[in-house]
Design a binder for this molecule. Structure first.
Ligand code: 3UK
Length: 553
């Protein structure tokens, strides 16, 4: 299947001495079909993405350009970032005994030092296992066990939970801390690194050697590890960024998603460095921290989630955002009301895009000129998209019927030893778990997660559409809509609403909001129940946890 019209990739010899990850790739028949139609996607057999993202700039004489900035006045050029990564790579290999293919857990909030550690692991042929800063010992232990992590580089300030996990983690034998308070800790990574030469010869990995494992819990259940090759990182850099984002080497990237989340790894590390631009890595990027950081660093390109744009829109006036020119939203559907709030506040049309951990980054998106409120956009060059019916057949293009979104491209789902590979990949397609339609203009319009569709009184109702309607009401700050099981109707539409300051919940507000929804979308979709909350359950990446709302209902 793969190969014929779509081209294939010449295979290089693996550099992995430790073949744990390679041995646990899905069987060939369980892999998605890969397509490499764009000429930029012909990769050499041997490829280390750290060389392509970082070393190449120094080699071509651009080592003096600023690569990464952070709080505390950190401003590293490409040459400085390279020197730091090289020294840490030496610590990994010479002091910590790393061999190519070993898994290295990285634990830290976004920071320049975390970026240096990421490159160090990749240069040394290791496999980065990123972890979200808020994870607890139990979750860390699950990851270490599943990925058989042998090494960890951990921010000193987040060391406690990792130490608590260690008794359950016999595989984890080498741990070093970084970003310490500056005390005389003898084993600090910075101290060890400072004693090393600033040179390192990258391990000559095959383009299809694995360079990272991204853990995804989805909304429930045991975490899955989506594995990506060196070539996948470069493929992502060659598709959405040049065709949709179109940033330049003079841009300064900033945003909130952690580097452990592929949305953040692409948007805040790989994409800026692939074009010789600079990135700002700040540890705290909540809406009230991100706005002043944009002003301070004169950032030009921002990556964050829809709820963050919504919260920031209200505070824009207090900050100088004159530098900002491009804003990217992903992780959840972007409600039309949020797009408008941000545009009214800043003049900037948000670039929405749907991506996934399994596909590494964005595969459907629209640039500013093609942004259509309520739609995600067009398939990104390099990818193909289809909408499948319940039998797995492709619906006619632009027919407007709702089905399952299916994607193929140069990247795709490769879970580490996981039976759920068979649910994400069917007949060569990656099934993202989203219900979508394609409208007459060719734009893909998000409906809901397939398991979040509400079927009430025989109607299919997409919770996010009801949420979008509620968000148009000035009293609504945030909301989440689910189906609550009901004897008579199968399910009833139930909304959980967080009100803006100055508004109070109660029967009158319930009636107002219900009437408002009936006036905005088809009346049968209105929420029969509304419950007021002070906040909604969200993941660390900003996704609404509808399953927790369902449990509560
Ligand atoms: C949902 C969206 C509507 C959708 C991600 C950009 O979110 C990312 O990865 P995850 O694995 O989740 C994937 C799922 O999230 N989703 C994401 N973006 C949108 N739904 N509109 C959107 N714009 O359900 C998808 O299947 O956490 C996003 C880049 C890299 C990523 N990993």
């Amino acid at each position: 299947m793969a190969g014929s019209s779509s081209g294939s990739q010449a295979a290089g010899a693996t550099a992995h001495v430790d073949t744990f990850a390679r041995d646990r790739l899905p069987a060939p028949a369980a892999l998605p079909e890969f397509i490499f139609e764009l000429p930029e996607l012909r990769f050499p057999p041997c490829l280390n993405c750290a060389g392509a993202l970082l070393d190449r700039w120094v080699a071509q004489g651009d080592g003096g350009r600023i690569a990464v900035q952070g709080h505390g006045g950190v401003r590293w050029s490409y040459a400085e970032l390279q020197a730091r990564a090289n020294r840490i790579a030496r610590v990994l290999v010479e002091d910590m005994g790393l061999v190519p293919g070993n898994r290295v857990l990285l634990r830290g909030a976004n920071s320049p030092m975390l970026a240096a550690c990421w490159f160090a692991v990749v240069k040394a042929g290791g496999i980065v296992v990123g972890t979200m800063p808020l994870l607890r010992a139990r979750e860390l232990a699950t990851i270490v066990e599943k990925a058989q992590v042998s090494h960890a580089l951990c921010d000193e300030r987040l060391a406690e939970e990792l130490e608590l996990a260690r008794p359950q983690c016999p595989a984890l034998t080498h741990v070093r801390h970084f970003n310490g308070a500056g005390g005389g800790e003898a084993q600090a990574l910075e101290t060890l690194a400072a004693a090393k030469p600033a040179t390192f010869t990258n391990v000559d990995t095959a383009a299809d050697d694995i360079c990272l494992m991204a853990f995804t819990s989805g909304t429930t259940g045991v975490p899955k590890a989506a594995m990506h090759f060196h070539r996948d990182v470069m493929a992502a850099c060659a598709c959405w960024p040049p065709h949709v984002l179109r940033a330049t080497a003079d841009d300064v990237f900033i945003g909130s998603p952690p580097l452990a989340f592929t949305f953040g790894l692409g948007g805040l590390l790989a994409f800026p460095l692939a074009i010789g631009a600079s990135t700002v890595l700040v540890e705290k990027a909540t809406p009230d921290a991100l706005l002043p950081a944009i002003a301070q660093f004169k950032a030009t390109v921002c990556f964050t989630a829809p709820t963050s744009y919504r919260a920031m829109a209200a505070q824009v006036a207090q900050h100088d955002l004159a530098s900002l020119r491009k804003c990217v939203s992903a992780g959840e559907a972007l409600p039309a009301a949020t797009r408008k709030l941000w545009k009214d506040a800043t003049g900037i049309e948000i670039i929405d895009g749907i991506g996934s951990t399994e596909l590494f980054h964005i595969f459907i998106s629209a640039d500013e000129a093609h942004a259509k409120p309520g739609a995600t956009g067009f398939v990104v060059p390099g990818y193909r998209a289809a909408i499948l019916d319940d039998e797995g057949r492709e619906l006619p293009q632009r027919c407007g019927r709702v089905g399952r979104l299916a994607i193929k491209g140069p990247t795709g789902c490769k879970y580490l030893d996981d039976p759920r590979q068979a649910s994400y990949v069917r007949n060569g397609w990656n099934l993202t778990g989203d219900a979508y339609l394609q409208d007459a203009d060719g734009q893909f319009v998000y409906q809901a997660r397939t398991d979040d569709m509400i079927i009430s009184g025989g109607y299919n109702i997409a919770g996010p559409e009801v949420e979008s309607a509620l968000l148009l009401h000035p009293a609504v700050a945030e909301c989440g809509v689910i189906g609550r099981p009901d004897e008579a109707r199968g399910m009833v539409v139930k909304a959980f609403v967080v009100l803006r300051p100055g508004h109070t919940g109660g029967a009158a507000m319930v009636g107002t909001l219900q009437e408002f929804v009936k006036q905005t979308i088809a009346p049968y979709k209105y929420p029969r129940e509304i419950e007021f909350r002070s906040s909604l359950p969200r993941t660390e990446t900003g996704k609404l946890q509808r399953f927790r709302l369902r449990e509560g209902a």
